[in-house]
Design a protein around this ligand. Sequence first.
Ligand SMILES: Cc1cc2nc3c(=O)[nH]c(=O)nc-3n(C[C@H](O)[C@H](O)[C@H](O)COP(=O)(O)O)c2cc1C
Ligand SMILES: [Fe+2]
Ligand SMILES: [Fe+2]
Length: 401
Amino acid sequence: MESGERGGAVELARGVYWVGAIDWNGRDFHGFTTPEGTTYNAYLVVGEKTALIDTVKADFAGEMLERIREIIDPAKIDYIVVNHMEMDHAGALAELKEHTDASIFITRRGRDILDGYFKPSGCDDWDFQIVRTGDQLILGSKTLVFLEATMLHWPDSMETFLIENSILFSNDAFGQHIATSKRYDYEVGDLIPAAAEYYANILMPFGVPLLRYLGRLKEYGISPKQIAPSHGVVWKRDLDKILKAYTTWANGKVREKVLVIYDSMWGSTEIMAKEIAEAARKAGVEVKLLHLRKNTRNHIMKEMLDSAAFAIGSPTLNNGIFPSVGDFLAYLKGLRPPKKKAAAFGSYGWGGGAVKTIEQELKNSGVELLEPGIQVRYRPEGSELEMCRDLGRKLAEISKE
Ligand SMILES: Cc1cc2nc3c(=O)[nH]c(=O)nc-3n(C[C@H](O)[C@H](O)[C@H](O)COP(=O)(O)O)c2cc1C
Ligand SMILES: [Fe+2]
Ligand SMILES: [Fe+2]
């Protein structure tokens, strides 16, 4: 049965059910703006024994329990697999444990994190089984294999493969932040943009562990027929597409694309931004002009994922950068986009300061500085505009290399 509805639960294969929750109105996921909401996916695997893979955010425990009850009394769950202890997947664990004595299968690091979250309410009487890569959990006719996926997304992250049905429960990897009543990729159109935005904002710093992990899937001969992540929908039609996209992103592959990212108080920095962008466009590359208070951080990072170079501009405000520019640079520093080249620009009035601060922060983010930034006193004109055009052309040339 494909995507067969059985009440609110969805059967992905015989005896395998999605029993997660849909966060239709979630608009902020720890700083990631989610205009389309998200889902927290939990999966029930029913063999002779029953395992629940992941739970949901605490507020959605009731919704998950309702879906589980359509299949089985929660008291009959034998095992709970905790792929990742972050609260969007493990938050409902405490409430779930009030209904079941199920043993918890978790990595050593996950167990430590669990202590950090649940100690005050007490989890000392819970039964834990610490698992490592290659360990199996046999449910009778169904077998789960655990695969540690360190740093995808936290130190404890793990994925679980259901051998008989070839389903990889990949937790945060391959996710997308969209709320939908559909459960499969082929039911919702092109998912790659949503997956790219998710990757750029959640997994971008972890390209190296990701490539190692993808290699290990091959080593273990795991070629899933379905990839069931913990956010968004299940990959079934576009498996090759998403695996290829992840390899491309993790390798930091870029194309002929330039971003001009900026903010402006009285329009001077904006004139510079437009001049840079227009010159790059005329040089024949794709350009995106992105105002920092009119675009979300996560949208800009999605655009950055496949761009080769960018310019970032700020007016000087009280000797430093504009707050939205600071916000973005702090975010960028954490995500450390690989293989990017950049330059700074901005307008100032007297002492200046913004361009210098931007350059320092770009260096701290592992971004290669192309040339000293352009600083213009008040409105740019004549030769200053020419310098902006030169920068635009240079960014375009660099992105063609
Ligand atoms: C609230 C405020 C604070 C400013 N502080 C500084 C400053 O500390 N140093 C400086 O060189 N210019 C300062 N300026 C001047 C601006 O940097 C200058 O007007 C610049 O042209 C603004 O660029 P924009 O048109 O892109 O906003 C300040 C301007 C404003 C409105
Ligand atoms: Fe996570
Ligand atoms: Fe997550």
